[in-house]
Ligand binder design. Structure first.
Ligand code: GCU
Length: 327
């Protein structure tokens, strides 16, 4: 009997010791909504590899794609309570957590790609990343999510007039709802994972997104028209739960921040090729791509801005700062 007890103790001790070694390794769960072929997924895997390397294997990231852990909204809430450690969401999904971040959903906000990176990589970008901290979410970096354009089932959306009478899927974002309404369509919020079926079943007639998302989500199988009007340039945001962040040592925090920054550079490199591939492939599959004049859409912008400033006065000064950013 004492021998058996001794053996029991020994096995528990060994198991515990093994676990100690194992638990010396921290695995951070990271969920997101895209499929694995999407460049953001590849960037997140890269982030994990960089973190593992920097920490000598002590910190790892396990990436769960495809809304396996929840929609973007649910993922944000899971981060707040620390059940999920990290995520990558569209800045549009963060509106409820940071009124400042909603500015990024304004149509035709940026002059060009250089302006986007001046704003996001500069002071304003830093402020926006930290603006969700009071909600237990820490923004680590932005990922490029290109420009969003309309895709539709029965006719191309060449002018705002083509939006009339159409149900347009929008992200769960007040800014997007205001924009579509201001342009003349009927906005219908649907989560990204449910959009394929919503389009197929005619719950919505059209949607809008960047080329890699249009392609990787296979929405092009249902929508034969893609009109590149590039109305918004809403970036993605990589977030860590404050629960997890505060639990890391200063050195570990630095490793995580560096790994995220490096993954953002990698993701930008992947992005351009992903856009080209997406446009090529959807065209091959029969999608008619058009490049509408932007002016008629731009004409609607003043009204959209006025409406938004009426509801969120504080955004006016931020928009001015963004417009005045030149380096
Ligand atoms: C983009 C963005 C996603 C988001 C999606 C959407 O693809 O990168 O994070 O889920 O838009 O329209 O919901």
């Amino acid at each position: 009997m004492p021998v058996r007890i001794f053996l029991l103790f020994l096995s528990v001790f060994l198991l515990f010791g093994g676990c100690q070694l194992e638990t010396g390794v921290r695995v951070i769960k990271m969920g997101h909504a895209q499929v694995v072929s999407h460049p953001v997924h590849q960037a997140m895997v890269f982030l994990g590899e960089r973190l593992e390397e920097k920490s000598g294997g002590k910190l790892k990231v396990k990436v769960y794609p495809n809304q396996q852990l929840g929609t973007e909204r649910e993922l944000i809430e899971l981060l707040q309570i620390g059940s999920v450690g990290m995520t990558k969401v569209s800045a549009a999904s963060l509106e409820a957590f940071s009124p400042e971040i909603s500015v990024l959903g304004l149509p035709y906000l940026f002059r060009d790609d250089e302006h986007i990176s001046q704003v996001l990589q500069g002071e304003i970008g830093k402020e926006l990343l930290l603006s969700t901290e009071k909600f237990w979410l820490r923004g680590l970096c932005f990922y490029d999510a290109g420009k969003r354009s309309f895709y539709s089932k029965t006719k191309p959306i060449e002018t705002p007039a083509d939006l009339e009478g159409l149900k347009i899927r929008v992200q769960e974002s007040k800014m997007a709802i205001n924009m579509i309404r201001g342009m003349g369509g009927s906005p219908t919020p649907v989560s990204y994972g449910e959009l394929y079926t919503a389009l197929q079943q005619g719950i919505v007639d059209a949607a809008e997104n960047n080329p890699p998302s249009f392609y990787n989500s296979r929405h092009y199988e249902v929508c034969g028209y893609y009109a590149i009007d590039e109305h918004t340039a809403i970036p993605d945001v990589v977030l860590v739960s404050s629960e997890v962040w505060n639990d890391l040592s200063e050195e570990e925090q630095r490793w995580l921040q560096e790994a995220a920054d490096e993954s953002a550079i990698y993701q930008t490199q992947l992005w351009k090729a992903a856009v080209e591939e997406a446009l090529r492939e959807v065209q091959k599959a029969g999608v008619k791509i058009s490049y509408p004049y932007k002016e008629p859409f731009l004409e609607k912008v003043a009204g959209v801005y006025a409406q938004i400033f009426q509801e969120q006065k504080q955004l006016e000064a931020l928009v001015q700062r963004i417009q005045q950013t030149t380096k």
